[in-house]
Design a protein around this ligand. Structure first.
Ligand SMILES: [Zn+2]
Ligand SMILES: [Zn+2]
Length: 214
């Protein structure tokens, strides 16, 4: 999806939190300016299991430098993260810090031929920092975040939290939950429970089924 900031027409909303005005910097190469900003995070600022809550404060430490072809933006973004451990599904809350650097090219100094399509451009004095932050933060987030590196996760049979029960194990080959499922499937005329490959456990399931009914 082409981002609006790559459109040569001025489309940026100067009031959008991540649209920054560089007018105070001027265009004299070599001039620089530092800013500390706190801006609300946009929607969908994250990956499936972890991200920055919409509206949460993104702390920006930014340095703007005027160079010949545009404005070089260097900085650090500090964001709060919320998510779920990929193994035990416990909530995760932490802070993430990401460095970024991006050159925004003046929109009036290139005749169009030199600028690549993926080059970010100023629109007038405005820059849109959102795609830069997305690259720096969202692309760096783990797809499988963990509450701790050695999180033992959940019991694959019953879903118990193994961190709470280090000695957790099942003596019985058939977990009660499976038995309940088998009981349900037994009620359907299709009798699709063969797919479970329950070797010899059918008797157990039947017993439990009767117990449920009684
Ligand atoms: Zn965990
Ligand atoms: Zn278990």
């Amino acid at each position: 999806m082409p981002h609006e900031s790559r459109n040569p027409l001025t489309r940026l909303d100067p009031n959008a939190p991540l649209v920054l005005d560089t007018r105070a910097l001027g265009r004299q190469p070599g001039s620089s300016r530092e800013e500390n900003l706190s801006v609300p995070a946009p929607e969908d600022f994250g990956v499936e299991m972890v991200g920055v809550p919409a509206g949460a404060a993104i702390e920006l430490d930014i340095r703007f430098e005027a160079v010949l072809e545009g404005v070089l933006v260097t900085g650090t973004a500090t964001v709060p993260l919320e998510g779920e451990c990929a193994r035990c599904l416990d909530p995760i809350a932490s802070t993430f810090e990401a460095d970024f650097q991006e050159l925004f090219v003046y929109d009036d100094t290139r005749s169009g031929g030199n600028a690549g399509d993926d080059e970010l451009r100023l629109e007038g004095d405005l820059i849109d920092l959102e795609p830069v932050l997305r690259d720096a933060v969202v692309l760096a987030l783990p797809l499988s975040p963990l509450c701790r590196d050695d999180c033992p996760g959940l019991c694959p049979d019953c879903g118990a939290r193994l961190a709470d029960q280090p000695d957790h194990r099942h003596d019985d080959a058939v977990d009660p939950r499976w038995a309940a499922l088998q009981g349900l499937e037994g009620d359907t005329p299709a009798g699709s429970d063969r797919g479970n490959g329950s070797n010899g456990s059918r008797g157990t399931a039947d017993r439990r089924e009767r117990r449920q009914e009684g």
